[in-house]
Design a protein around this ligand. Structure first.
Ligand code: SF4
Length: 281
């Protein structure tokens, strides 16, 4: 049985919040650099250069790369043989978010209720998605999800007869409707299958995959390549100024679903594709 203290989890989550908001993961930086080299529009290239410069300054000076430091979405993979000592996992994570957003001077962006709109003042509660896995490992990933791209995300319960062409159309249309509002170049997380809620969750999880990998099986990999081509033909370009690179990557995750269903979720992630993780082994 592996034991991890609640205090240790809090300290690490605080650090992950700060790191996620200030340091862009290396695969995202690499994708932005190759996007800048591939971009055909001069203005688009200029925008990508500025975004890269912004990311470099944020990392060097430990300041947020964007004023919207997001809702903290925390993914937990908890081994069946892991025990949290001296506290509860959810409380420890929430305290880590509270500390991280305070210490890192990160904007507090959470309201108590969608109706009263009163700020909670400490960026809690986080959204926590927990998965129980075999073994003695605890992995925590913090994703700071800004509202610009999140607001442009969509889910549709399609009929199986609609087919793959309709799925592609829905994904492309979602990116087109988002335009500059999602702060492109975007990463497009697509969930295909599952139930209503599972579909949205796998679309969000897809955003955590390394940008250079390809789908978990050949069908998904093919769909990812075709969707990326389709999206990069829209001409929206970096920050909507026009150009070739509207998306850095498309990530498709699938799940078994009901014979009469075909849910499709598109979770858009802006160029500030922020996440940081830690594993206790
Ligand atoms: S969508 Fe992303 S880049 Fe745009 S304002 Fe929000 S967090 Fe910042």
């Amino acid at each position: 049985m592996k034991e991890v203290s609640a205090a240790e989890i809090t300290a690490k989550v605080a650090e992950l919040c700060i790191r996620a908001c200030t340091v862009l993961p290396p695969d995202v930086v690499a994708a932005m650099e190759s996007a800048r080299d591939l971009e055909e529009s001069a203005l688009g290239r200029e925008v990508l250069s500025r975004l890269l410069e912004n990311a470099r300054l944020a990392a060097d000076e430990s300041i947020p790369m964007c004023q919207d430091t997001g809702l903290a979405v925390v993914f937990v993979e908890m081994g069946e043989d892991v025990r949290v000592n001296d506290g509860h996992l959810r409380d420890a994570i929430a305290e880590g978010v509270r500390e991280g957003y305070e210490r890192g001077y990160l904007r507090k962006s959470v309201v108590h209720s969608p109706l009263n709109r009163c700020n909670t003042g400490d960026n809690t509660p986080p959204v926590i998605c927990t998965e129980i896995v075999p073994g003695e490992t605890l992995k925590i990933t913090v994703a700071a999800k800004g509202a610009g791209s999140e607001n442009m995300s969509r889910l549709k319960m399609m009929a199986p007869a609609d087919g793959e062409a309709a799925v592609k159309q829905f994904v492309r249309e979602t990116v087109e409707r988002a335009g500059a509002s999602a702060c492109p170049p975007v990463v497009v997380g697509v969930g295909l299958g599952g139930s209503f809620e599972q579909c949205a969750l796998i679309a969000k999880k897809a955003l955590l995959r390394p940008l250079h990998d390809s789908g978990p099986h050949p069908e998904a990999a093919k769909l990812e390549a075709e969707l990326l081509d389709a999206i990069n033909s829209t001409g929206i370009g970096p920050m909507g100024v026009g150009g070739r690179i509207t998306a850095l990557a498309v990530k498709v995750e699938t799940a078994p679903c009901h014979i009469a269903s075909m849910p499709v979720a598109v979770n858009l992630q802006c160029h500030a594709a922020r996440h940081a993780e830690h594993t206790w082994e």
